[in-house]
Design a protein around this ligand. Structure first.
Ligand SMILES: NC(=O)c1ccc[n+]([C@@H]2O[C@H](COP(=O)([O-])OP(=O)(O)OC[C@H]3O[C@@H](n4cnc5c(N)ncnc54)[C@H](O)[C@@H]3O)[C@@H](O)[C@H]2O)c1
Length: 288
């Protein structure tokens, strides 16, 4: 029977293919996997549900421990490794620990750790610029470099980075460092896709639109809950994204279904870039 299409956070399990175990015994390393309502935690839980062994990493170790406790309660497997992705030694140590635990190698890397800090460009200090760029872009660079030797040796691998609508389509005022770091991820994704394709490694990025997480609900550094509510009405699918919406697309890029896809950036934004958001921005900026 015809059923009206719905945009829902929890789609029909029969459509989702929840019974598949697409990542049985694959090892996936996820950075920024701790945040309680963040994208990284949902990515970790989704991989674990489909049989992956998860290396949940975060600078916030207790938060990552909670992620692993959650996936273990569901019968999943994983370990926690504390790591600040802006520190090369910590990144290399994280990969070393992951490989000591799972000597078969890391199959999938998800570069998810990221920060957004509000700052007008004219007042930006080098420290502020470097802080954001060194986590968002530098973190993806360091983690990718650290997992590559194993992927190159085995002739396979999946690298998926989290970009942003604000890096690939829109400018975000007072967030030039953020937008630049995310645009950088996209350039790196395309360059690496060409460089690593001959070795059986695919490199892709997911660019979320507005997703309800700690980052976007920050009133100080982003839209805050009230701002998100205003934007919601202008999104064609009429809701702010959930971390699960992003996790599902990350898993697609990691899955066999995406075996011939590389160098791509997929916007996952409920269609917001196709509509007209200017009234929402005017409202948020107090412009009549
Ligand atoms: N929420 C959105 O609307 C949105 C939109 C586009 C892109 N993104 C991106 O999605 C990714 C996940 O963000 P989120 O929205 O879940 O935010 P979040 O703040 O909930 O999660 C970010 C996670 O990264 C971790 N982290 C921060 N600095 C780190 C560091 N130096 N080393 C390791 N981990 C670190 C944090 O502890 C946290 O667990 C980020 O890259 C973000 O830029 C989010």
């Amino acid at each position: 029977m015809w059923r009206e299409a719905e945009s829902s956070v929890a789609p029909d399990a029969s459509l989702r293919g929840d019974l598949l175990m697409r990542f049985q015994d694959r090892v996936v390393l996820i950075t920024g996997a701790g945040s309680p309502i963040g994208i990284g935690r949902q990515v970790a839980l989704a991989f674990a549900r489909e049989g992956a062994r998860v290396v949940a990493s975060d600078v916030d170790v207790p938060a990552a421990e909670e992620t692993v406790a959650m996936l273990a309660r569901d019968g999943g497997q994983g370990i926690v490794v504390g790591c600040d992705v802006s520190d090369t030694e910590q990144v290399n140590r994280m990969v070393r620990i992951a490989l000591e635990t799972y000597p078969g190698g890391i199959d999938i890397l998800v570069n998810n750790a990221g920060v957004a800090r509000r700052k007008t460009f004219a007042d930006m200090t080098d420290e502020e610029w470097n802080f954001t760029v060194d986590i968002n872009l530098g973190g993806a660079y360091r983690c990718t470099r650290a997992v590559l030797p194993g992927m190159l040796r085995r002739g396979r691998g999946r690298i998926i980075s989290i970009s942003s609508l604000m890096g690939c389509r829109w400018g975000w005022p007072q967030h030039a460092h953020y937008s630049a770091s995310k645009a950088g991820i996209e350039g790196m994704t395309r360059a690496l896709a060409v460089e690593l394709g001959p070795y059986g490694i695919t490199v892709n990025a997911v660019a979320p639109g507005f997703v309800w997480t700690a980052q976007s609900t920050s009133r100080e550094h982003s839209l805050g809950p009230e701002g998100l509510k205003v934007v919601e009405g202008y999104i064609p699918l009429r809701r702010i994204g959930a971390p699960e919406d992003i996790a599902d697309v990350v898993l697609f890029f990691a899955s066999d279904a995406a075996r011939y896809v590389t160098g791509q950036v997929l916007l996952v934004d409920g269609g917001v870039t196709l509509g007209d958001l200017s009234p929402a921005f005017a409202h948020l900026a107090g412009v009549r």
